[in-house]
Ligand binder design. Structure first.
Ligand code: DX5
Ligand code: ZN
Length: 220
């Protein structure tokens, strides 16, 4: 198993103080900064774009992990690569050509992730898993922070873990939505290695304490 990574989601940060919040959560032990991009089209909420990513970048000593919940996707890839993203994930339902978009992300020097909604079957991985750097399992329906973890995500994570291990490549398995200290051990036991947490981290006064607690529980 790869190293555990804790990826705080900036969605739950104080949007009036994004630079400070980014620096604080990185100093508190974040391994990745999860950057949720919503377009009020693919999902019913609206957040931030490449300019905000570029503004946050100087405050962020860890890689930026952009989660695109947008349709279309293609035109944003170059913009986020330029804005300092290291990882870019997208949803297969939001594009016409999944394989082409993975290639586009790679052409821009970023690592590519495919995000699976709770009802998205694993079959979307059939012909592209080998090309991916990350699979992102959504354990809530995308669009909002602070929702409850959907338990059916656990067997899904386990099935994807099996597929990644069978393939034998170091593809990260990220879980996003409702992850918190109380369930992170179960999510890790199912096979995840990268844990996104928004409200669980930014909702607490001591970011370092929550991140350390989550990491300890994930490592078991
Ligand atoms: C949901 C986003 C998540 C969200 C997670 O659409 O993709 O990254 O910020 O927030 P919590 O951890 O509060 O569920
Ligand atoms: Zn996300």
């Amino acid at each position: 198993r790869q190293d555990i990574a804790i990826a705080p989601s900036l969605l739950a940060a104080d949007f009036a103080r994004l630079g400070e919040e980014t620096a604080a959560v990185c100093a508190a032990g974040a391994d990745l900064l999860h950057f949720d991009v919503m377009d009020n089209h693919y999902v019913p909420n609206l957040t931030v774009g490449p300019d905000v990513c570029a503004a946050v970048k100087p405050h962020c000593p860890v890689p930026i992990d952009v989660h695109l919940m947008t349709r279309p996707v293609e035109g944003l890839v170059a913009a986020f690569a330029k804005a300092g993203a290291e990882w870019i994930s997208f949803h297969p339902e939001a594009v016409d050509h999944v394989h082409r978009v993975i290639g586009l992300i790679h052409e821009h020097g970023c690592k590519a992730g495919l995000a699976l909604n709770p009802a998205t079957p694993l079959a979307v991985l059939d012909h592209v898993l080998d090309d991916l750097d990350m699979v992102l399992v959504m354990s809530v329906n995308p669009g909002f922070g602070g929702q409850s973890f959907i338990p059916a995500s656990l067997p899904k994570i386990a099935a994807i873990r099996d597929r990644i291990d069978t393939l034998g490549k170091p593809i990260r398995l990220q879980v996003d939505g409702g992850v918190k200290p109380g369930n992170v051990a179960a999510v890790a036991a199912a096979g995840a290695d990268t844990f996104v947490a928004g409200s669980a981290i930014f909702g607490q006064p001591d970011y370092a304490a929550v991140i350390a607690d989550m990491r300890a529980r994930a490592v078991q």
